[in-house]
Design a protein around this ligand. Sequence first.
Ligand code: ZN
Length: 147
Amino acid sequence: MGDLRELYQELILDHNQNPRNFGELDDATATADGFNPLCGDRLTLYLRMIGDVVEDLKFVGTGCAISKASASIMTTVLKGKTREEAFDLFEMFQKMATTGELPNGDLGKLAVLSGVYKYPVRVKCAVLAWHTAKSALAGKNTLTKTE
Ligand code: ZN
């Protein structure tokens, strides 16, 4: 086990306290719900797609600092991305969160969560928003569980 303080960096604490794009999106074209039974994190993600582009997205939910910060950071990163770019980012993030490996592509702020792989329980918290986004992007309006 690493030092937990290493994981709870300032950027994560900031996104947890002041989550970006938090709230419901009235004119969403896709939504998905996510649930992480291990920790109890829940979130609902709203997307507004214009053609193949994520024009806007917001989320509501309750959960631990990591799940909330990850969802918040994700919304800032996915805005304006195409469906394909979003799926690529999902793959990169998933890999980083489970192996700690930083991909070649620019993950920007997402890299702040790269330490999460040292805490297997927390990995589910970090990837919940991403799995939920993947479902929403795929048009699957079902409950996504990180198990
Ligand atoms: Zn959690």
